[in-house]
Design a protein around this ligand. Structure first.
Ligand code: NIG
Ligand code: FE
Length: 431
């Protein structure tokens, strides 16, 4: 497949965007909505934002873009994905329907290691090609930043291959990608019965080599009875700390292993899943400023019934993010808005909570809060225009994606609302 998605070929969003309805919180925590707002984009960055009536004279000579009174949110952020992998696992979905549990499928040689086999068999080019439509689906829905984990390679060469594809997706699509090294996702078959040896390989060879190649923005572990122990998780975190890499954790998904409290001790960016999170875990996360990443797609797919402790997280003031957890096993989800809906319907999160969950708090879960997750002067221009009257519609519609327009990294990258036709954008030829 050719690299023909180049963002630089798309129309520049520079100029004054007017006829905008800024969603509540778009300007930051606690900000109210603005019904007649304007955004000035200069050289791809936000230069000014506020009520249109207050637009400074200095910007009045710039070209204008009519936002058609669209509802404007910051670019969405999918802060937990396993987007790059070979094959798919519909067969396991069928096995679970016939009565097997996720753990039973994993122990029978399915689960993560079956994706490892398919990922190892795929070339870098094939992995890239398989990942493109997944990325396109998320981008079409307003995603402007995304986390991509490794963890289906489980050897230096194959983890490298996954992470290189993630970096290439960032470059080709002009989207912010944070890569997470998840070498400790599962035990590769060649290390059966030798999990400590494998963890040594992860810590002493794979992580340093991949970090030195600039392929690792953060480090994650699957801390679980069918994953790695608390002690092994700590070893991986120590290795990450020694390399100056932030950590995050797949924690308390199927049982309470105490992983979240451990992660918090290492100042983790986030603890993710956390269905079985304890009161001690919540307290530790609050103290460390660790984000709770909620993954309703996995909860739904596994037909989990053990709810994450949303009310307690809310009461403690732990920031909550929502993500697809896109992966071939537990969450083959490619709609962040569907996750927003599920976070409301299944987890009873409120509309302001889920909105922060896919913008500000998701940015924090990736360490991107200075530049992403809100519309602020100096940040790259990442925002979405929705043909919606009420912000609650973002969570309400089920199975029909609103046709949004997306300004990503200063370019009109998606134009579902036909804004380009309404007010031709300067400098670049039509799409
Ligand atoms: O986030 N829990 C561990 N990892 C993934 C599942 C990966 C898989 O089943 O392939 C998750 O749910
Ligand atoms: Fe995951």
């Amino acid at each position: 497949m050719t690299d023909d998605f180049n963002l630089a070929a798309l129309p520049s969003a520079d100029g004054v965007w007017h006829h905008l309805h800024l969603a509540p919180e778009a300007l930051g925590a606690g900000a109210s909505g603005l019904p007649d707002a304007a955004i000035v984009v200069e050289q791809g960055d936000i230069a000014w934002v506020g009520a249109h009536a207050d637009l400074p004279d200095v910007y009045r000579h710039l070209s204008t873009h009519d936002g058609q009174r669209g509802l404007v949110t910051p670019g969405l952020i999918d802060c937990h994905t396993h987007l790059v992998y070979g094959g798919q696992r519909a067969n396991e979905f069928a096995m679970r329907l016939a009565g097997a549990s996720y753990e039973e499928v994993a122990r029978a040689g399915g689960g993560i290691v079956s994706s490892v086999k398919a990922t190892r068999e795929a070339s870098e080019e094939e992995l890239f090609d398989a990942s493109v439509p997944r990325m396109q689906a998320l981008l079409a829905e307003g995603v402007c930043a995304i986390e991509i984990k490794s963890g289906y390679g489980l050897s230096l060469a194959h983890e490298r291959k996954q992470l290189r594809v993630a970096r290439r997706l960032a470059q080709v699509f002009g989207v912010t990608v944070r890569t997470t090294f998840l070498g400790a996702h599962a035990l590769p078959p060649e290390y059966a019965g030798r999990s400590d040896d494998y963890i040594r390989l992860v810590c002493e060879e794979m992580m340093p080599a991949l970090a030195a190649e600039g392929l690792v923005d953060a480090v994650d572990v699957f801390c679980e009875t069918i994953g790695f122990s608390l002690a092994q998780t700590e070893q991986v975190f120590q290795a990450a700390q020694a390399l100056g890499l932030p950590v995050k954790l797949h924690a308390e998904q199927l049982s309470d292993m105490g992983g979240s409290a451990l992660a918090a001790r290492f100042g983790a960016l986030s603890c993710d899943h956390i269905e079985h999170l304890s009161a001690e875990g919540i307290a530790a996360m609050r103290q460390a400023g660790t984000v709770a990443v909620l993954l309703p797609g996995a909860y739904f797919t596994l037909r989990d019934t053990h709810m994450p402790p949303i009310a307690d997280l809310r009461a403690a003031g732990v920031p909550m993010a929502v993500s697809t957890d896109h992966n071939p096993g537990t969450s083959p989800a490619l709609s962040l808005l569907l996750m927003v809906n599920m976070a409301c319907t299944l987890f009873r999160m409120t509309v302001p909570e889920v909105l922060a969950g896919v913008t500000r708090h998701a940015a924090q879960a990736l360490g991107l809060q200075a530049t992403h997750g809100r519309i602020a002067v100096g940040c790259p221009a990442n925002f979405v225009l929705w043909p919606l009257g009420d912000v609650a519609e973002l969570a309400y519609w089920l199975g029909q994606r609103p046709t949004c327009s997306v300004v990503r990294q200063g370019r009109l990258a998606v134009d579902g609302m036909g804004l380009h036709r309404m007010s031709p954008l300067p400098e670049h030829p039509p799409l």
